[in-house]
Design a protein around this ligand. Sequence first.
Ligand code: PLP
Length: 372
Amino acid sequence: MSSIYEKYQLKQVINASGRMTALGVSTPRPEVAEAVLSGMNHYFEMKDLVNKTGDYIAKLLEVEGATVVACASAGIAQSVAAVLVRDSDWLLENLHTTAIENNEIVLPKGHNVNFGAPVGTMVALGGGKLVEAGYANECSSAQLAAAITPRTAALLYIKSHHCVQKSMLSVEQAVAVARQHNLPLIVDAAAEEDLQCYYRAGADLVIYSGAKAIEGPTSGLVLGKRQYVEWVKRQSAGIGRAMKVGKEGILGLTCAIEHYLSAAKESGAEMVEKMTPFIAELNTLTGVSARVVWDSAGRDIARSEIKFDEAVTGIATGALVDALRQGEYAIYFRGYKANEGIIEADVRSVTAEQLAIVASRIAEELNKEQVA
Ligand SMILES: *Cc1c(COP(=O)(O)O)cnc(C)c1O
């Protein structure tokens, strides 16, 4: 496919950073690409397609209802609109021009994150008003409950590495608070891998990004209690129209979910095997030490941690990371700890050949410093 890169003069990317929206997230398997293609090549009664694929996904996941949306952000906006509008035809068509008294969406303050766009923007798109509960570094069940008033429409819980993790209530505890106050709970689990646990914990609506863990086309998945999912679907005649998912996205994601559930995932041990020559190569470089580290969230993901002794390499690690993006291939790492001289390579989307390129590019950049 080098022709695309040539035609538009695009930079080729080696993605050692994991699932990054800014790099195009993931590369779906051929079966998914075929499902997208056959979607584009046929006509459907779109309501029929939405309903039947939704039922199919719901059955696969053993949940009451499911529907494909344009992306997880669209899922958040339409879920908020769904709990405000419900069955009202008037509100469906006048969401932002009608003052809705109980439009408050309560979430733990430590969940009010920017995932690439602010959570609050999506809530506002859906007609909601964000209300923060607790503090930046703590939110208990009692603190969440304390933010609930007669104006509250729903609780929102963001399950993500972007959020503050310590001293935050669990999804199960948020479900208990929602039940006590007879409110729906919306869970944004955009990048999470488990498509069932939050629903099983009792969430009314759960939102996933289609291209992240599921490795589908650009799309999103909303699943949950049947009535709530039906209300989300109604939004296609409201705000959902501005975030429409096409037939190709619907069929592509449905196919991707089916494969996601059945296909064997690359195991941590396989990742270690792939990165072993890479790590050995890096350890031959002066001032560089590399080793295998395991995912801090406890998932079966192994990564290469590369540590630079800046006194020896003579280059700030942040500057090295920048330089590696500038060559023929733009090489992206997980650079969260570059200020400590540490970067991580996530090898899931990187071939063995690309790892060899990465190692030689690092050697090349360090060499420049030593010669200079
Ligand atoms: C990625 C992400 C989103 C947005 O997903 P899109 O499908 O890109 O809209 C929302 N919330 C969280 C926590 C995310 O990680």
